[in-house]
Structures are given as C-alpha cells and as structure tokens.
Design a protein around this ligand. Structure first.
Ligand SMILES: Nc1nc2c(c(=O)[nH]1)N[C@H]1C(S)=C(S)[C@@H](COP(=O)(O)O)O[C@H]1N2
Ligand SMILES: [Mo]
Length: 366
C-alpha cells in the first residue's frame, strides 16, 4: 500500500521495526500500531502508539507554555486578550488522576472499505486497524480545571484549540486544529493529560498537555492544548462540521470493533492447536461477547474474554486440518452491552469513518 518513510518534520519519535508507516502526502503523517507488536500487553507501548497529525508535531517549550481559557461561559467573561492562564507548573500542582483510556482515530479501518468491501477509496488516511491504542494517562480532570477557571452554570460548549500550526486542505485554510466539546462531556470524564505511560507526553502525543476524551472519536482529544474557549452559545469548527460528521451530526462515540493480534497472512501450521488472541472495544459500553468463525461465517464459536479495562482481550483455540492448507480467513465479531454487534458490512460514508464491520483476517495455513 503506502510504505513511504515518514516525513521527519511531521512525526518525531523514532520508528521501531514493529510499526507500520503509512503516508499519502507530505502534509499528513501517521504511524500505525502492528497488532502482533502489542500481543499480550495491556497498554500500547508509547513507541508503538499510533500518531495522527493534521499538520506536523510542534516542539513546545513547557517553561513558556500556558493554557489560556476565556469566553462568555467563565465568571467575568474574560476575552481572548485577557484570559485566565494556567502554566505547566500550576497544571502539575493541581490534583492529579491516573487512568487507562483508549484512543482511536475515527478513520481506523478505512482501508477495509476498499480491501474488504470493494468500495472506491474514501479520502483520508488509509489506515489498517492499528489507529487505536490504550495508554495510562496522568493529568488533571478537565472538570477541576474548568472549575478553577470559573466556569458558570450557563456554559454549554467548549472549543479546545491546538498549538500545531494551521491546517489547509485542498487550498482551503481552516486555521488551528480545534473541535467543540459539549460541557456535559467536559465535566464528566475528560482528562487534561501531561503524562502517558508514566512519562511526560512525547511531542508527537501532545506535549506539554492534551485532552484525552474517553469513548469518543480521537479528534476530540486535542493535542498541544493552547486555548479553551468556554461559551454559553454553540461553537463550531471544520472538525465538527466538515470533518468527523456523518449525516450532519458530529461523530462522538466509537463503535464496537474486534481485531486479531496477528499479522495479516500469518503462517499457521496445520495439525497444531493455535491460540488465536485478539482485542475488542466499543465507545461507552463494555464488550460482552466476541465470536470467531473459521468457516466463513457459517458457524461461530464464543471466545473466552478477559476484561482489560478500556478493551477486552479474547482468545479461542483453532486446530486447522491438513486439508485446510492454503489461504484462510478468520472472522471475529464483537457485541457490546448496548446490544450493538459488528455487522457484515459497514455502509460506505463519504469520508470513510467508523468502519465497524466484521473483519476478515487472512492467514496462511501451512
Ligand atoms: N492539535 C491537534 N490535536 C489532535 C490532532 C491534530 O492533528 N492536532 N489529531 C487528532 C486525531 S484525528 C487523533 S486520532 C488523535 C491522535 O492522537 P495520537 O497522535 O496521540 O495517537 O489526536 C487528535 N488530536
Ligand atoms: Mo483521528
């Protein structure tokens, strides 16, 4: 597909061998986790965690950085020229919390619209299934920060703004990456994180501070957080109007998905018992069942589930027979507590978001 080296100006962390890199053009870059590279690990190691940048990773000096809050939803309605500010040391001295949270890009699995469903390629990064990861994040709850800044009962909407330069797409200038967040979600479970897996954030993941918005599409988790407008009236940006919308509605919760922790076309010996392992997750609701089919969906076997916080781990045994030698397909299908089950197909949408269909994982029985 696209095995082009990463643009060094876009992503800065070193590239271990067990990552896949995909890139369409110089203006965009991303790294994608290879599932066989996180096998058996609860959290995704930071060096293997996917990166999705609209522009390029900025290097920000935490000693001069501060987060600026302003708007009609704060006491005294400070405006952008006289904001409430919180610097790095102040942020780190607020009450801290540590949580495991999953992040997934809205376009994760986009390439499967083409590879699995034969659809024309939608615009956007042609991710496999590795634009998802779980990390242990440390920071301040956004609620604490907003209360400290003087949020009022009239506030309804936030606009968090990133410090990575302006984004342009097909000649249209969209300004800095920013996406509105309803106050109800902001006050519920959002984190302003400054550590990832026990270390200060890497530049690629938002240093010095970023939002981490549990259960919601990755774009909500604004990196390199510079400003938050707090408003009593609705706010909008291209990231909730042009991008990351479906049928006119801004996308919020993730959908159920499952993956195998196995390379595509992995060789599996006939006549031997293989433990097939994978993961499944869903926005907001727990996964309650994963079924696996090795006969093209004619029969399904329940996988054994192990709760691992933001995602479930699952496993099932399979012993391919000698007469099954050759290319083979393994299907996995997750169901969440809200009763949402992965469908056989995901209807194509214009930008190829939220591919949630049952994945047909190719293996080679040898
Ligand atoms: N400021 C800013 N925040 C951003 C982005 C960006 O380009 N700029 N990309 C978003 C998208 S689309 C995703 S999927 C996640 C990716 O986070 P990661 O690169 O740490 O994995 O960050 C989100 N936050
Ligand atoms: Mo994303």
């Amino acid at each position: 597909m696209h095995d082009v080296p990463p643009d060094p100006h876009s992503v800065r962390k070193p590239l271990p061998d067990d990552l896949v890199v995909r890139q369409d053009n110089g203006a965009e870059s991303r790294w994608e986790t290879m599932w066989q590279g996180v096998e058996q690990q609860s959290d995704t190691p930071t060096d293997r965690f996917f990166v999705r940048n609209h522009t390029a990773t900025p290097l920000i000096d935490s000693s001069t950085w501060s987060l600026k809050l302003y708007g009609t939803g704060l006491r005294g309605t400070p405006d952008r020229t006289a904001p409430v500010t919180i610097d790095y040391d102040q942020l780190r001295s607020l009450p801290r919390t540590t949580q495991r949270i999953l992040l997934e890009c809205t376009g994760n699995g986009r390439s499967l619209f083409v590879d699995q469903q034969g659809e024309p390629a939608p615009p956007g990064t042609s991710w496999g299934l590795g634009a998802v990861g779980t990390a242990t994040w440390t920071g301040v709850s956004l609620r604490t920060l907003l209360e400290q800044a003087g949020i009022t009962d009239q506030a309804t909407c936030l606009l968090p703004i990133g410090l990575d330069g302006d984004f342009s797409d097909e000649g249209v200038h969209h300004g800095p990456v920013r996406r509105p967040l309803p106050v109800s979600k902001a006050m519920d479970d959002v984190l302003v994180a400054y550590e990832m897996n026990g270390e200060p954030l890497l530049p690629d993941h938002g240093f010095p501070a970023r939002l981490v918005v549990p259960d919601w599409v990755g774009i909500a988790s604004i990196k390199w957080l510079g400003e938050i407008e707090v408003s009593t009236t609705p706010l909008h940006s291209p990231w909730d109007s042009t991008y990351y919308v479906m049928d006119g509605e801004p996308l919020t919760e993730l959908v159920p998905k499952s993956v195998l922790e196995l390379a595509r076309n992995a060789p599996l010996r006939a006549g031997e018992r293989h433990q097939l392992r994978g993961r499944a997750w869903s926005g907001g609701d727990k996964i309650i069942s994963v079924e696996v089919s090795v006969d093209d969906g004619r029969s399904w076997q329940q996988a054994e589930l192990t709760d691992d916080g933001p995602w479930m781990r699952w496993q099932v045994d399979w012993r391919p027979d000698a007469d099954q030698r050759g290319p083979h397909t393994i299907l996995s299908r997750a169901t969440d507590a809200a009763g949402r089950r992965q469908p056989d197909r995901t209807p194509l949408n214009p930008r190829g978001y939220l591919f949630g269909a049952v994945v047909r994982h190719p293996v080679m029985v040898i």
